[in-house]
Write a protein that binds this ligand. Structure first.
Ligand code: SF4
Length: 319
């Protein structure tokens, strides 16, 4: 039994003017104890929506189908009542932009203490001492705890957001673009911090990012998302050295840090498809440099190929 599992997760929004936006379609993956999975892809491909769905944090306008299982229990089955006991205590989230995690008119300490008290982890002086320890564990001196979020630098705020997410000792941390908007030096420090925390506390990690080098640095496996679906999933090494979906190959080729010395950095022409319109055939076809006849008519399914899973008709064609 996996630690955390998404099974055929679908998220859609009914649009005001009519029609439906299919943000996440049939997403399935499993995460084992201490494992690190990167959810990668361009903006608007469904990564953040998937991450929010794992914790039941989508807005009420979202329709959700499928299962999210924690230790085998379907935590979405009973709506908010069934997901609440697991949120923060079993699965916690670091949101995009650390300022979004904090109330700007309250001290950082009071907000961590509130999380501890709300989940009956500790209260009063014990909770305050624990808040200080949590901040120290992410490299913030405890005597800064009584400062307001705006008195922290961007990197410190992100560290404090991570400390707050760890308050109830979850076994899974979902981090949504945790290094976006930080300068490169601070980015490296935050990644190092996440790496150390995962190792020290045996945390499993779901890392949402558009940044492949970050995934390569931090994750064991990656799930590449396109147009709301997982189009390839497997060990990071395998995806890098032998991708089985053209989008994965082009994403790596479009990443300067990972390109071979002297090799030109490619860009992927075009843009992802609109998700409020029916898609016929392969969603990646208009941008794919390997498309052939069948791609226009038949939607490729995610199938096992060697040690990964990929949704591309090329994998059915004998080499
Ligand atoms: Fe390209 Fe066809 Fe594979 Fe889609 S199914 S990624 S269009 S080759």
């Amino acid at each position: 039994m996996s630690l955390l599992e998404a099974r055929e997760l679908n998220v859609w929004f009914d649009l005001e003017g009519g029609g439906t936006l299919h943000a996440v379609q049939g997403v399935s993956f499993a995460l084992e104890e201490g494992e690190r999975l990167g959810l990668v892809g361009e903006s608007g491909c469904g990564k953040t929506t998937t991450a929010l769905a794992l914790l039941g944090l989508l807005p009420s306008s979202a329709e959700v189908a499928g299962e999210v299982r924690f230790h085998g229990e379907d935590v979405l089955a009973g709506g908010e009542e069934s997901v609440r006991p697991h949120r923060w205590t079993d699965v916690a989230m670091v949101f995009q932009g650390a300022m979004n995690s904090f109330n700007p008119v309250r001290t950082v300490e009071s907000q961590i203490v509130e999380a501890l008290e709300l989940h009956a982890v500790a209260e009063g002086a014990v909770a305050r001492a624990r808040a200080g320890k949590l901040l120290e564990s992410v490299g913030i001196p405890a005597d800064r705890a009584r400062r307001f979020p705006h008195e922290f630098s961007g990197g410190m705020r992100q560290r404090a957001a991570i400390a707050m997410a760890l308050a109830c000792e979850p076994s899974v941390l979902v981090a949504d673009e945790p290094t976006t908007a930080l300068d490169v030096m601070v980015q490296a420090q935050i990644l190092e911090l996440l790496d150390g925390l995962c190792r020290d506390f045996g945390l499993a990690l779901v890392l949402v990012t558009h940044d492949l080098p970050v995934v390569a640095q931090l994750c064991d496996r990656a799930a590449v998302m396109y147009a709301g679906e997982i189009v390839e999933e497997g060990p990071v090494e395998r995806l890098y050295h032998s991708p089985r979906h053209p989008y994965t190959r082009l994403l790596f080729a479009a990443t300067p840090d990972l390109a071979d010395d002297g090799a030109p950095v490619a860009s992927i022409p075009g843009a992802p498809p609109r998700l409020d319109r029916p898609l016929v055939g392969c969603p990646f076809r208009p941008r794919c440099d390997r498309a052939f006849g069948r791609c226009a008519e038949e939607r490729p399914l995610l199938r096992r190929v060697d040690g990964s899973r990929a949704a591309c008709h090329l994998n059915d064609v004998p080499a």
